[in-house]
Design a protein around this ligand. Structure first.
Ligand code: GTS
Length: 214
């Protein structure tokens, strides 16, 4: 299996954490994609993933799987032991829901802030993101606010339970970790009063798969 990846970026990192959790790092070869040069917006890459984003998983039969959650779902099913995406219908539904909230309310919000409200990535990359749009800064700032509100929501969740989807670590935690990484590279740190979220984040940063992702 091959993963088209950009080392050090939040979305590919989510898959690398999942691989470390599952002990599957050895089964995967990483192929680096140059985001700064917008390699992911060129026809050859778009043929694998029309969204033009990393990561993308390539299976040996030529199937391409994009979307972090879909890639994690695949790896989690390989050993018949769904530790990251849940076993029972209820577990699977709750993890899916909380992962979606983490992705939409923190990761995508902070990702939009990074690209539209800050200088973002390289000038070549940003030409694919409406650089002449007059409202981009304002929208970016609104997305930052939305991301901070997302952090407030997760702080309230983590006041009552140890992990984002309940009693166990899951894909939902991985997605929130990715979101907070986007916040960090955009200088949008967790507000100090969000003590439960901060404590959870510190615990997550000590977790072996997060400290040593694939
Ligand atoms: N929905 C996708 C998923 O879950 O896989 C999002 C993937 C995504 O946005 N990847 C980013 C990307 O390729 C990488 S990262 O910088 O966000 O970690 N961005 C390139 C771009 O042009 O926005």
């Amino acid at each position: 299996m091959r993963i088209f990846d950009t080392v050090g970026m939040p979305n590919p990192l989510r898959v690398r954490i999942a691989l470390a959790e599952k002990g599957l790092a050895e089964r995967v070869e990483f192929v680096q994609v140059d985001l700064a040069a917008a390699e992911h917006k060129q026809p050859a890459f778009l043929a694998m993933n029309p969204e033009g984003t990393v990561p993308v998983l390539e299976l040996s039969d030529g199937t391409y799987i994009s979307e972090v959650a879909a890639i994690v779902e695949y790896f989690d099913g390989l050993d018949g032991n769904r530790t990251l995406t849940g076993e029972s219908p209820k577990e699977r539904a709750v993890i899916h829901m909380m992962h979606k909230r983490a992705e939409r309310e923190v990761l995508y919000a902070m990702g939009n802030y990074f690209h539209y409200g800050t200088p973002g990535g390289s000038p070549t990359l940003e030409t694919y993101k409406a650089p002449h749009w007059a409202g981009r800064k304002e929208w970016g700032a609104l997305e930052r606010e939305r991301g901070i509100n997302g952090m407030r929501y997760f702080d309230s969740v983590l006041r009552k339970q140890p992990y984002v989807a309940g009693e166990l670590f899951s894909l939902a935690d991985i997605s929130l970790i990715g979101g907070l990484m986007f916040a960090k590279i955009s200088n949008a740190e967790i507000p100090a009063e969000l003590e439960s979220l901060t404590a959870w984040h510190m615990r997550m940063l000590e977790r072996p798969s997060v400290k040593h992702p694939a």
